[in-house]
Design a protein around this ligand. Structure first.
Ligand code: NAD
Length: 468
């Protein structure tokens, strides 16, 4: 892992400076990652600009490249999963799924074509609307799904005919560096460039004159800074930002199925998922039975190194996140909440935190209102379902939400009143190929996934032909 290198113009980009990447399960230095210089970033941007015209004009090449890349990534699934678990912490089974999803994305977008639309065609006039690639894209991604969030951009961007310069999170650059290496010899030089470095590098990328678009996944606060940074150049922008997903449990819910669904979707990847369930609203009269069922699951979950067989929940990815979760749990107890299970850091090395369930809080408490992004779940009781939905909606966030009920049609009806980019009924986080994904309000601008995701990397062009 230590020798992983940046990819610029389809070649290794030797680095003069490095920074340490930490294993969150042991706190040991896992690797020294290349620190991209401003000159190298400029070189990558010029390479992307130089490759743009050829790439956008050859749809067959794009399709075959994406298919080959999918097969090559599939062939290195175990290596990539190992790197993801080492740098991010999630159990190997979850890391394998992340790589599998990336392979599926590459294959899905390889075969997707945005057909021209005809507005009019008669003996006098033909008017067609075509989708043009926006141009070189600066892609900037977070640490919770190091490969998944990157490929969710790269696959549709490349398929649409855009070239890409990618910068993953400084906490988790390794999987993307390996992905870039896998792509050498498959992706034409300059089409996919992979850098590594910190926030400053991201800033320089957003201000660079080459990219015509910034595709960003990360926190709301960084998203706002990027929106400001790209404004003077009117770069196009996609923002996939944070969430505070409510799960609204209706009075007729099935206890075991609902508890299983809530638990896995709140504590998967140690709660570090943009669409993790981050607060639960439950009818007061069924509050205690749901809490008991969740506590039983939290106490049965095995917390440990993601490499070890049997681990259900790995560590938090980094110190900053570890301290944030600890702080929010402390704040919850100081605000009248009761920790019914968990609540502590696990002794020893690594950023391990006990799966935590908190009751007795209501809206206004930080653990309910903010994005905790960790294994601490507040359960809030309600008396009236309309009131619960109003409280769930009273948030700047609007990423995901779910309704839990034995009457799916009733759930689907209620879903329409929920202010979020996706509303699930009796599940959460699920997706099928072709499903768009994005956030309302502060959770984002634009979408990823499906044809809408690919449309996001294009601009409309009307071609009006007078036939004489
Ligand atoms: P972050 O915003 O701190 O960092 C994300 C990336 O932005 C990193 O690569 C970072 O180096 C870069 N960056 C930081 N400052 C920058 C700047 N001023 N200009 C340009 N780039 C800059 O986010 P994070 O802590 O890595 O990720 C966690 C957040 O991401 C959570 O809020 C989570 O909900 C969100 N997220 C959202 C989605 C989604 O699809 N909506 C998916 C995954 C994660």
């Amino acid at each position: 892992m230590n020798e992983l290198t940046m990819t610029i113009s389809g070649r290794v980009a030797p680095s003069a400076a490095f920074y340490p990447v930490e294993d969150p399960a042991t706190n040991a230095v896992l690797a020294e990652a290349p620190e991209c210089s401003p000159e190298q970033m400029d070189e990558a941007m010029q390479a992307a600009a130089g490759a743009q015209r050829g790439w956008e004009s050859d749809r067959k090449l794009r399709q075959s490249t994406l298919e080959q890349l999918a097969s090559a990534v599939e062939g290195r699934l175990e290596d990539l999963a190992e790197v993801i678990t080492s740098e991010e912490g999630k159990p190997l089974s979850e890391a394998r799924s992340e790589v599998g999803d990336a392979v599926n994305d590459l294959r899905y977008f390889a075969s997707l074509e945005l057909a021209d639309e005809t507005v009019r065609e008669d003996e006098h006039t033909v008017v067609r609307v075509v989708r043009r690639p926006i141009g070189p894209v600066a892609a900037i991604t977070p640490w919770n799904f190091p490969l998944g969030t990157a490929v969710a951009k790269i696959a549709p961007a490349l398929a649409a005919g855009c070239t890409v310069v990618l910068k993953p999170s400084p906490y988790t650059p390794l999987a993307c560096l390996l992905f870039g290496e896998i792509g050498r010899g498959i992706v034409p030089p300059g089409v996919l460039n992979v850098l590594s470095g910190g926030n400053e590098l991201g800033m320089l990328m957003t201000e660079h004159s080459v990219p015509r678009m910034v595709s960003f996944t990360g926190s709301v606060s960084t998203g706002k800074k990027i929106a400001t940074a790209v404004a003077p150049d009117l770069k196009r922008l996609t923002l996939e930002l944070g969430g505070n997903d409510p799960a609204i449990v209706l009075d007729d819910f099935d206890l075991e199925q609902t508890a299983d669904g809530l638990f896995s979707n709140a504590f998967g990847n140690c709660g570090q998922i943009c669409v993790a369930i981050k607060r639960v609203y439950v009818p007061r009269r069924r509050h205690d039975e749901l809490v008991s069922a969740l506590v039983a699951r939290a106490e049965a979950a095995k917390v440990g190194d993601g490499h070890l067989a049997g681990t259900d929940i790995g560590p938090l990815c980094n110190k900053m996140q570890y301290e944030r979760v600890d702080e929010l749990v402390r704040d919850a107890t100081n605000s009248g909440g009761e920790v019914v299970t968990g609540g502590h850091r696990v002794e020893g090395p690594g950023y391990f935190f006990e799966p935590t369930v908190v009751v007795g809080l209501t809206d206004g408490a930080r653990l309910v209102d903010e994005e905790q992004f960790g294994p601490a779940l507040p359960i809030v009781s309600y008396d009236d379902v309309d009131d619960a939905i109003e409280r769930a909606n009273a948030s700047h966030f609007g990423l995901g939400a779910s309704i839990w009920t034995t009457d799916p049609e009733r759930g689907a009806g209620i879903a329409r009143g929920v202010e979020s980019g996706t509303v699930w009924v009796n599940t959460h986080q699920a997706g099928v190929p072709g499903q768009p994904f994005g956030g309302l309000k502060w959770s984002g601008i634009g979408v990823e996934g499906g044809r809408w995701g690919m449309i996001g990397f294009t601009e409309l062009q009307a071609i009006h032909v007078a036939r004489g």
